[in-house]
Design a protein around this ligand. Sequence first.
Ligand SMILES: *Cc1c(COP(=O)(O)O)cnc(C)c1O
Length: 219
Amino acid sequence: MNIAENLKRIKAEIPEEVTLVAISKTKPEKDILAAYEAGQRIFGENKIQEMTEKWEKLPKDIEWHMVGHVQRNKVKYMAEFVELIHAVDSLKLLKEIEKQAAKYDRTINCLLQIKIAEEDTKYGIDVDEAESILQSDAYRKMTHVKVVGLMGMATFTENEEQIKEEFSFLSTTFEALKSRYNSFTTLSMGMSGDYNIAIDCGSTMIRVGSAIFGERNYD
Ligand SMILES: *Cc1c(COP(=O)(O)O)cnc(C)c1O
């Protein structure tokens, strides 16, 4: 598995305006450094502790994204450095992010995770819940949190038509909200197996792990 070559191939394949987040969860620091030396600066992790340990050891110009489900009591560990939290699914969580970001006098960018897959195992909220968060007084008063768009994960299936429908739905929702919320810039959808479909459907940010770093081993 040649990380630099994988990155180069994917970069050549995707439009320049689409942001590539390299998902390095479970991968050792040497793999991240191989991608870093090939020019990659944005990395994503799904566990706060693992991301924090990597942030401490690796070059400080890396931009760290949290792409996994976030427990409120762990926000404090990443508030000092996290650049974008992809999977916000409640106003309560946003309130905690606001509180922790304030301690560092930072603004943390967030995406609302919309549930588009049919599996019950995938987290996320529906469009009405997203709207009610964005409309709430509590959110409007926040000065250390900015919701900059939406994130979604398609069903794990071979059925490309279904994936396309799910991504198209999310894209339509994103465009509708973008026309009303100035802060909306980012639509995070697409992983190793479906990023080409996601880009065709309007993704602005893809989260790619195994296609860069190889399959993950979970013990
Ligand atoms: C692991 C993960 C990815 C990357 O998955 P690959 O299929 O390896 O590209 C993307 N998004 C989230 C939320 C993940 O947890």
